[in-house]
Design a protein around this ligand. Structure first.
Ligand code: TYD
Length: 139
């Protein structure tokens, strides 16, 4: 799997009892999961994220409700993606600026991460992010 921003479609195992989605590290997503967290109860006008990560890769899945993600590469390219189905996710490699917004009231945004939490690898200043990108991703 190419390590570029991309939407992922997970297989839905549906039967009479309902639906089941499986996400396995190094199979359905290009990393092993070290951490999960989920975001809910976010107001519609709130923008979350607003950071890039030196090392962490993420997969975001709206397991309920919907939200949007805006990604920027720090070189002038940006994209907007809608997360609105429990079997659809977005893969975000490291060194991508991300904003999550337009959360529906029932939104539960599940995040799978490749690293344990380390505040030091979060870049929370956009200008600093652009500067690091211009140096080839090195601080
Ligand atoms: P933050 O990164 O601002 O969340 P988001 O990107 O969704 O807007 O995190 C909010 C707070 O939670 C911040 O104080 C850091 C803390 N936090 C952890 O301690 N561990 C974690 O794994 C995450 C994602 C956040």
């Amino acid at each position: 799997m190419e390590k570029a921003v991309q939407m992922l479609e997970f297989q839905e195992k549906g039967d009479k009892r309902g639906r089941l989605v499986i996400v396995e590290g190094m199979k359905d997503i290009p990393f092993d999961v070290k951490r999960i967290f989920y975001i809910y109860g976010t107001q519609k006008d709130v923008v979350r994220g607003q950071h890039a990560n030196l090392r962490s890769e993420f997969v975001l899945i709206n397991v309920a409700g919907k939200s949007k993600v805006r990604v920027k590469d720090g070189k002038g390219n940006e994209g907007i993606f809608s997360l609105n189905r429990p079997h659809t996710g977005i893969y975000l490699p490291n060194m991508v600026w991300k904003d999550m917004y337009d959360f529906s009231e029932d939104s539960v945004l599940l995040v799978l991460a490749s690293e344990h939490y380390d505040a030091e690898e979060y870049i929370r200043d956009y200008d600093k992010f652009v500067e690091i990108v211009s140096r080839g991703g090195h601080i």
